[in-house]
Design a protein around this ligand. Structure first.
Ligand code: HEC
Length: 259
């Protein structure tokens, strides 16, 4: 007898749950049991603000109705350092003249790290060797791909300009500021300069180290000539480019910056 009524009660309860609980449809969202887990007190992403009532008074925290707030004016997140140059031709020139690679003291390590980052992020267009023959350029999916890093304009490009172009993007190339932090971007610059120096060293009579100093703007072609004690004069670079003056101008008067 007792046992029977227990089963009967279970049956009634089960049927009640079955018929009232799960029949969402149309305008009826169904009944919720223990809804406190389903509806968060915290704001969902991008949800509108809910007015809150404090001591019987409705308080509006956000005049524009958005729950996501802008940071207070003039503040920056912890650990963030602002980028001082604007996305303008002037900002580009200024970056070229005033921004130097902080990784240059540990170039070898920086370039080695930069290589991995470069292969992951840049090689698809610029090519693993930097010749502008990345996969999507070769298969025709990206017409008007980038030039090779080994044309004069890129060889003499100050590292600050390279960094600037990664910060904001450049024509067909998007910005990398969201994907790569500053240190990573500088490491990639180290790697590009490393590839360029190796290329100069292979075709001209300077060592890779000298070539590196030359193209990062800390030596001029003239300096390199005096450095090459073995008598291997770097006649070729001076003769076949007009960069000499620009590189020298860069070193002497950085404000002017080569284009
Ligand atoms: C989707 C293809 C693509 C990818 C990926 C790409 N680039 Fe480029 N990049 C270009 C193109 C195209 C140009 C030439 C832009 C122009 O018209 O001046 C360019 C130009 C450049 C320049 C020269 C900018 C200047 O100031 O003239 C640098 C430096 C450069 N890229 C570095 C990088 C680095 C570093 C990465 C990876 C973090 C990268 N690029 C990824 C397409 C790409």
């Amino acid at each position: 007898m007792f046992n029977h009524s227990k089963y009967y009660l279970l049956l009634v309860l089960g049927a009640t749950f079955y018929f009232t609980g799960c029949q969402a449809g149309g305008e009826w969202a169904g009944r919720e049991y223990m809804p406190d887990m389903a509806h968060s007190n915290a704001y969902e992403y991008y949800s509108p603000e809910r007015p809150i009532v404090i001591d019987g008074e409705t308080v509006v925290l956000s005049p524009d109705g958005m729950s996501a707030r802008q940071p207070a004016k003039g503040t920056v997140p912890r650990g963030f350092s602002p980028y001082p140059f604007e996305d303008t031709p002037e900002g580009y020139e200024q970056a070229g003249a005033e921004l130097f690679n902080p990784m240059n003291g540990k170039h070898a390590k920086s370039a080695a790290d930069g290589k991995n980052l470069y292969i992951t992020n840049c090689a698809i267009c610029h090519g693993e060797k930097g010749d502008g023959q990345g996969e999507i350029v070769k298969n025709g999916k990206y017409p008007g791909g980038p030039p090779s890093y080994f044309i004069d304009r890129f060889l003499e490009m100050p590292e600050g300009k390279m960094f600037h172009s990664m910060q904001y993007g450049k024509n067909n190339m998007g910005s990398y500021a969201g994907q790569l932090n500053k240190e990573e971007r500088w490491k990639i610059v180290s790697y590009i300069k490393d590839m360029q120096a190796a290329s100069i060293a292979s075709s001209k009579k300077v060592t890779k180290d000298e070539a590196l100093k030359l193209i990062t703007g800390r030596l001029t072609y003239k300096d390199v000539a005096t450095y090459t004690s073995a008598g291997a004069k770097p006649a070729a670079p001076a003769a076949n480019t007009t960069d000499t003056t620009k590189v020298q101008a860069n070193a002497a008067a950085p404000k002017k910056g080569g284009k």
